[in-house]
Design a protein around this ligand. Sequence first.
Ligand SMILES: Cc1cc2nc3c(=O)[nH]c(=O)nc-3n(C[C@H](O)[C@H](O)[C@H](O)COP(=O)(O)OP(=O)(O)OC[C@H]3O[C@@H](n4cnc5c(N)ncnc54)[C@H](O)[C@@H]3O)c2cc1C
Ligand SMILES: NC(=O)c1ccc[n+]([C@@H]2O[C@H](COP(=O)([O-])OP(=O)(O)OC[C@H]3O[C@@H](n4cnc5c(N)ncnc54)[C@H](O)[C@@H]3O)[C@@H](O)[C@H]2O)c1
Length: 450
Amino acid sequence: MDPETLNHDAVVVGSGTSAYFAASGLKKGGLDVAIVDERPFGGTCALRGCQPKKYLVCNAEAVAMASHLVGQGIVAAPKTDWAGLQALKNEFLSGKPEREVEDWQKEGVATYHGHARMTGPNELAVGDRILRAKHIVLATGATPRCAGYPGAEHSVFSDAFLELDELPERIVFVGGGYISFEFAHVAIRAGAKSVTILQRSDRVLKNFDPEIAEVIVAASEAEGIDVRLEESPESLEKVDAGYRLVGKSGTVYEADLVVEATGRVPNLSVLEGGQGGVDSDDGGIKVNGYLQSVSNPAVYAIGDCAATPYQLAPVADAEGKLAARNILEGNVEEMDYSVVPSATFTIPSIGSVGLTEEQAKERGLDFRVRKGSTTGWPSAKRIGEKHGGYKVLIDNTTGELIGAHLARHNAAEAINVLALAMKFGIKSGDLKEFMWAYPTIVSDLKYMVG
Ligand SMILES: Cc1cc2nc3c(=O)[nH]c(=O)nc-3n(C[C@H](O)[C@H](O)[C@H](O)COP(=O)(O)OP(=O)(O)OC[C@H]3O[C@@H](n4cnc5c(N)ncnc54)[C@H](O)[C@@H]3O)c2cc1C
Ligand SMILES: NC(=O)c1ccc[n+]([C@@H]2O[C@H](COP(=O)([O-])OP(=O)(O)OC[C@H]3O[C@@H](n4cnc5c(N)ncnc54)[C@H](O)[C@@H]3O)[C@@H](O)[C@H]2O)c1
């Protein structure tokens, strides 16, 4: 029997955050839109990333806030009830994919559930259907990189950690990036007895300023997280009591759980067979500044699957919005990555935007650096914060910020203010003179900028 063929103006593959903004933009622009996903609708951020993770992080923060003041006005540190925490998180997740599908259908967007594969420049096979469209938006996200050492099949990825019914006592995280650090802080606050991070190179949190990353390493070690640099797994085996990981250094790590977080690679299964004429490499689907495939003008690629510089939810959102606009209006605007704030939800958190000091030097810019520790400041002392620092880079000619990096309580929130200042060219002198609500973490920014 011939497959059923269905025609739409635009088909979006993926139902994550980038797809959401692309599909809703295209629909608002009057197109007949379809959206396809092989997994439950909602994507990584909502179902397996930012949102469920933040439930665990908020619990860890509550425990940490109280723990930091034990003996200074707090009698005893609270303890995490892991099952209760998971129940709270699962309440948020329960029924979410079904509601997403209903919402799309109410909006008049067709939904298909199944694996999509490009079978021509304007065509996709989804199960026993063929979807044809003038425009195809690929928003297929990324999947965890497999480190590929003997026994790696005994390890799990971030999805499994988020769903643990019980918290294991001994956990090894492979990779010293965003996921390992955030989850290690959750695990140690929730009562894990031994938490280790193995980082292949001599530097963790490579997307952040090294001095700011150092603050987090110190804070992690002070809580008992063992951060091992220049270490990665040689082998992993199941033993009677858990797992035995042998590091390249020869060190043996005994664990009840090994979590791999060594980066995420673009999910390009939609291109298998090469019939779509869409060029890609290990970095993802190759696009021009308008987010249009460099080899097939009918295709746009957005979010983690595109060979663009970030794998972050707000970037995926912005790319989704812009792809819809460029499809509707005809390549009117290129994507602007000049101000992308990012946070790591460790304790304390990191907030970062713009250039690091290294990058500013490489570019030969004329700038000054304001940096220091925040641990002596009243805003740190009153919460018992023992680790904190900042680094702000200011252009000597314009007085504008070119980079800002914070590691302290609420840094992940405060960085948005500096990102806004960077985006709209507010000068450091004006930030210093501004009348901030006081005493707030954000009002401390005035001491950092000049
Ligand atoms: C644990 C974790 C925590 C994170 N925390 C943060 C954070 O705090 N802040 C932040 O900014 N970012 C965070 N991120 C990153 C963020 O989640 C991603 O950048 C973002 O979700 C990417 O969205 P997307 O739309 O590109 O793809 P996704 O949301 O991954 O959606 C892709 C969808 O495409 C579907 N798909 C793929 N191939 C096919 C196919 N062939 N056929 C049909 N369907 C297909 C998949 O099933 C999936 O649902 C986190 C990521 C992880 C893993
Ligand atoms: N707060 C956030 O915004 C947030 C949180 C989680 C994830 N994310 C996104 O998801 C992406 C993936 O996160 P991630 O933590 O997996 O990746 P990452 O790129 O942040 O870190 C991976 C780390 O693993 C190291 N590594 C690679 N192979 C290794 C090996 N064999 N042994 C030891 N170390 C090894 C790398 O050198 C790197 O430092 C991030 O890059 C980020 O874009 C964002």
